[in-house]
Design a binder for this molecule. Structure first.
Ligand code: AMP
Length: 190
């Protein structure tokens, strides 16, 4: 089994690259953001709880996020691995993910961050907001709040995974196929 975490600020291209890795390596792609949006659209009780959190660009509390992630992983008994997109986003989530995967006799193999400057990401997100229908993509203040959440809560994961020798980062700017190649070279040459 190979399990990969894709990091990156909003707009870094996590979803696009996760879809690529999913088909190349036959992995299950789990995006916690997509799972929350599914619940919001379907107005489930979880969806109603998190609607305003996503709208404001804040992070959903760890307990709910870990629960939704574990439930999703548990749906796949036989798989060659997972690609986690947008999870973990806090140290607590990362610790819980380690424990959970350990209980399934597996582990994270690589965590890869897609790097890009805020200016570029802001531009990408506002452009995406024209068509994505995502309310958190159309408002500059909310986007900047998502960047702040990343800097305060998610960036410390770099040290967490570096200590386990599992952290890599690549330039997330450029042609999508070139960025995919950068990912492949980490996965296949490490
Ligand atoms: P994303 O689609 O990954 O950009 O996530 C959209 C939103 O979902 C985030 O701004 C958070 O409100 C919420 N979210 C997704 N993943 C997580 C996570 N691992 N922890 C907390 N909140 C999350």
């Amino acid at each position: 089994m190979v399990n990969i975490v894709i990091f990156g600020k909003p707009g870094a291209g996590k979803g696009t690259q996760a879809e690529f890795l999913k088909s190349k390596y036959n992995l299950i792609h789990i995006s916690t953001g997509d799972l929350f949006r599914y619940h919001i659209i379907n107005k489930t009780s979880l969806g109603l709880k998190v609607t305003s959190i996503l709208e404001n660009g804040d992070l959903v509390p760890d307990k709910l996020t870990i629960e939704i992630l574990e439930n999703e992983v548990n749906k796949y008994k036989k798989t060659s691995g997972f690609i986690f997109d947008g999870f973990p986003r806090t140290i607590n989530q990362a610790k819980k993910l380690d424990e959970f995967l350990n209980s399934l006799s597996t582990q994270i193999n690589f965590t890869i961050a897609l790097e890009a400057e805020d200016e570029i990401l802001l531009h990408r997100l506002l452009k995406r907001g024209e068509t994505s229908g995502r309310s958190d993509d159309i408002n500059k203040e909310k986007i900047l709040n998502r960047f702040r959440e990343y800097n305060y809560k998610t960036l410390p994961l770099k040290e967490f995974y570096s200590k386990q020798n599992k952290f890599f980062s690549i330039n997330g700017v450029g042609d999508i196929k070139v960025i995919s190649q950068r990912l492949i070279s980490i996965i296949e040459n490490t």
